[in-house]
Design a protein around this ligand. Structure first.
Ligand code: NAD
Ligand code: DAU
Length: 357
């Protein structure tokens, strides 16, 4: 029996690869992974599904409209989950150009390719099609000591990254309002878990700690993030894609608010237990306070009532269980980390499956 086809953009990234692993294991979808393979794209994160007959990879830039049009014509998908993006706030501060290009222009090209394909469908196929845009809580700006981001919180993005994501959210919303294009959007809090590029706080701290390097804490370390284990996000994405109401926005978050210092201290304590330093000293001695991130948002916290009430989603991991799993994964997968650090991950597909033509 033919499997319905789902396009996933950015599937070689941290969250996209978790979502593809989940969908190959637990659903019937045939997945077409559309990824440019920037520095953040790592096919090694998909080694467990690479040979599955329901998995297809295409190295394509989402800004490349002709390539996207050809792909829609070839695979006739039932839907798209759009994760491809430049995702790192610090990189957006140092070089915003790629963020504007991929997150805004790329989302525009993808929306237009998807809309053109959707308009060509017969009424039944048209009614079954949907486009799921994956976004971030950072579009809402920064909270004070109290309050939570809800789906109706006004947008107030503060970094080039969050401004580019906010722009893409607005395009998606407008495509629904103007053209009746069938969309759903999710805005999620900070993810952590296996296969996250070690530029983000948690994998960076684990990698630096086990390498005996300083643990750089921006400012006083009192900024707050709301942490969610990546597989819980992937489960939420599947639910929203399959059952969410068209035109709606769903916030996703784990009710795990922590200061950055709390995160780093918890990581250090876990590493003291799971991989004690050779000299017996505690990892927390590696903590180093460095200059703050410009425009650093103070606090993020998600109100996830809507997705809980309407789609019965609830996270399976709390911060303690999720963080322990994450640290253990990085300790058990030193080869994945070593390949990222050495740059070898960029050749992973050629090495394992022969050079691409
Ligand atoms: P990531 O940086 O790990 O992965 C991004 C992927 O997109 C990479 O595989 C990269 O190669 C690909 N990509 C980048 N530019 C592309 C282009 N022009 N064409 C095709 N592919 C391209 O990102 P992530 O952390 O997995 O985030 C995925 C999505 O989820 C992003 O849209 C991000 O804004 C959103 N998000 C992330 C978090 C988080 O905590 N990481 C939280 C909420 C929302
Ligand atoms: O909230 C969702 C967002 O979370 C996503 O949209 C982004 O794609 C994702 O990168 C993440 O953004 P943050 O900026 O919150 O994540 P990052 O891991 O870069 O930083 C987390 C916090 O830790 C932040 O307050 C900055 C701080 N930090 C970060 C690094 C890399 C440090 O103190 N030291 C560091 O070395």
């Amino acid at each position: 029996m033919a499997h319905p086809t789902l396009f996933i953009t950015g599937g070689a990234g941290f969250i996209g690869s978790a979502l593809i692993r989940l969908l190959i294991a637990e659903s019937d979808w045939r997945i077409v992974n559309i990824d440019k393979l920037t520095y953040a794209g790592n096919l090694e994160s998909l080694s467990s599904v690479a040979n599955d007959p329901r998995y297809v990879f295409r190295q394509i830039d989402i800004c490349d409209r002709p390539a996207l049009d050809a792909l829609f014509a070839e695979f006739q998908p039932t839907g798209v989950i759009h994760l491809a993006a430049e995702s790192h706030v610090d990189r957006s501060i140092h070089g915003p150009g790629d963020f504007i290009q991929t997150n805004i222009t790329g989302t525009f090209a993808l929306l237009e390719a998807a809309r053109g394909y959707w308009m060509s469908l017969d009424d039944t196929a048209k009614a079954g099609f949907r486009f799921h845009h994956v976004s971030t809580d950072e579009v809402y700006g920064s909270l004070g000591d109290t309050g939570l981001f809800t789906e109706t919180t006004a947008y107030q993005p503060n970094s080039p990254y969050s401004a580019s994501k906010a722009a893409s959210d607005h395009l998606v919303r407008a495509w629904h309002h103007t053209y009746g294009f069938p969309v759903v959007t999710t805005n999620c809090s900070n993810n952590y878990g296996p296969c996250q590029f070690p530029e983000k706080l948690i994998p960076l701290m684990i990698h630096n700690a086990v390498s005996g390097k300083p643990l750089p804490i921006y400012g006083k370390g009192d900024n707050i993030r709301d942490w969610l284990y990546v597989d819980d996000h992937a489960r939420a994405l599947r639910l929203v894609f399959e059952q969410g109401k068209l035109g709606e926005v769903y916030n996703i978050g784990g009710h795990n608010e922590k200061t950055n210092l709390e995160v780093v201290d918890t990581l250090c304590a876990l590493l003291d237990e799971l991989k004690p330093r050779a000299d017996g000293k505690p990892y927390r001695e590696l903590k180093t306070y460095v200059a703050d991130r410009p425009g650093h948002d103070k606090r993020y916290a998600i109100d996830a009532t809507k997705i809980g009430a309407e789609l019965a989603w609830t996270p399976q991991e709390n911060f303690e269980t999720g963080l322990r799993k994450t640290v253990q994964w990085y300790l058990d997968n030193t080869e994945w980390v070593a390949h990222v650090v050495s740059g070898e991950y960029r050749n992973w597909m050629d090495t394992n499956y022969g050079a691409r033509t």
